[in-house]
Design a protein around this ligand. Structure first.
Ligand SMILES: Cc1cc2nc3c(=O)[nH]c(=O)nc-3n(C[C@H](O)[C@H](O)[C@H](O)COP(=O)(O)OP(=O)(O)OC[C@H]3O[C@@H](n4cnc5c(N)ncnc54)[C@H](O)[C@@H]3O)c2cc1C
Length: 388
């Protein structure tokens, strides 16, 4: 099905095997603030590397998997079958970085990240700038052979596990004054501190703290690309990550559909399996039908990238994939809770966990409203036929 090649099926199978190994650890993580013993986490990370699933999105000459976009979707889809972010061991380093990194940055950041020795986080969003990244107020001022960075960043995912951050700021002074720039900031660094670590709906070991950067000095060599390039990198990353969000939502919906079908077949109420009640059967049927449609959309979006589609078209198609897959997964999770009845409200139940965890897929990497705005803008500009 889906016209997958032998290579596609092989990597999908390896990713599925890893997901199946991680699933038994979900409840322990859920009941322990998302954390597993360090040796267990270490084993999971090693297993992901051994199966060739880490950095599948990075070029082979840098030690990555050199996978096609479709294969990356297949891998992340399987990672998405697992709750509590245990699937994040299948790391996807910043694939946009090698094209703009200096040889020094390749050695210090890209290669070690691909090897799994370093981990990045993104400090872009601010209290007053989320959907509207252009409104950030963080600043970067050139000071001799260094830059001085200032700003307070929100929701910095994985700050507690990362050892460097991408920090986006507006240039303060100089020929590109007011333009955006991106910097690599090693962690910890003097002047970088956690303001607070809020609790979020999901239970995962990765935190999303509010982080202050006060008079942080980084070498000019840590500027990514050129002054003024910052926004371009953010868009590049969004395009990739939106498709990966879509992929993980497919995995979540697949797992939920399988689990609710099995439950509906076995659970007897009033002397018959609940799957025989039309209202329950409808929830099963709608879920699989929507999953089929979402998967076809995401796979086709990936295939178009692999065929070298125009980047603007891909941008809109990745938005469509993220929009549809994340909203579909939310509906499937809601139905799954309903099918499980009271059990679906227990934290030990996969439907309950996904019901909370999937909510953010409609918010991060651009909200559903922002995706709709992107799609509509391209429809008006190029005509609907260019996109679908
Ligand atoms: C768990 C989590 C992890 C995150 N991780 C990171 C991270 O690692 N790094 C990082 O930089 N950021 C991160 N974010 C931030 C995330 O990308 C933003 O929350 C998101 O882009 C929305 O921005 P906002 O929260 O400021 O909402 P706002 O932009 O304030 O939006 C509020 C509401 O207004 C709507 N809205 C806004 N603009 C428009 C418009 N033009 N048209 C229609 N509706 C609009 C939105 O859709 C939304 O419904 C994370 C967020 C969460 C919740």
């Amino acid at each position: 099905m889906y016209g997958l090649s032998g290579e596609d099926l092989a990597i999908q199978e390896r990713a599925r095997a890893l997901a199946d190994e991680l699933i038994p650890f979900e409840v322990e993580a859920e009941l322990n603030a998302g954390l597993l013993p360090e040796d267990v986490t270490g084993k999971h990370a090693a297993r992901a590397r051994e199966l060739g699933l880490v950095a599948a999105n990075m070029p082979a000459e840098l030690g990555g998997g050199g996978c096609t976009a479709l294969q990356q979707v297949l891998v992340q889809e399987q990672a998405g079958r697992v709750t509590n972010a245990l699937g994040w061991v299948v790391a996807t380093p910043p694939s946009w970085l090698p094209a703009v990194a200096t040889p020094d940055q390749i050695e210090r950041y890209v290669r070690p990240t691909v090897r799994g020795e370093r981990e990045e986080c993104y400090a872009i969003t601010e209290e007053g700038a989320g959907s509207d990244v252009a409104a950030i107020e963080a600043t970067a001022r050139r000071d001799g052979d260094r830059y001085l960075l200032n700003g307070v960043k929100w929701h910095v995912t994985s700050f507690n596990t990362a050892d460097y951050a991408f920090f986006q700021a507006k240039l303060d002074g100089g020929p590109h004054h007011g333009g955006h720039a991106m910097f690599l900031v090693d962690l910890p660094s003097p002047g970088v501190s956690v303001v607070r670590t809020p609790a979020y709906s999901h239970t995962i070991g990765h935190h999303h703290p509010i982080v202050e950067f006060r008079d942080v000095r980084v070498p000019a060599a840590n500027l990514v690309g050129a002054e003024g390039d910052g926004m371009a990198f953010a868009y590049e990353w969004f395009r990739f990550e939106r498709l990966m969000v879509a992929a993980r939502c497919l995995g979540a919906a697949e797992r939920l559909t399988a689990e609710m079908t099995a439950f509906a077949r076995d659970r007897r109420v009033g002397g018959q399996p609940i799957s025989e009640y039309g209202l329950v059967a409808g929830m099963l049927a709608d879920s699989l039908t929507e999953l089929f449609a979402a998967r076809s959309l995401a796979y086709e979006t990936a295939r178009a990238i692999d065929r070298g589609a125009d980047v603007k078209i891909s941008h809109a198609q990745c938005s469509m994939a993220k929009l549809f897959c994340s909203e579909m997964a939310g509906r499937v999770a809601d139905r799954a809770v309903q099918v499980f009845g009271g059990r679906g409200y227990m934290r030990e139940n996969v439907a309950e966990r996904f019901f909370r965890e999937l909510r953010v897929e409609r918010i991060w990497e651009g909200t559903s409203e922002i995706q709709r705005a992107i799609i509509a803008r391209q429809m008006v500009k190029r005509g609907p036929g260019a996109l679908a």
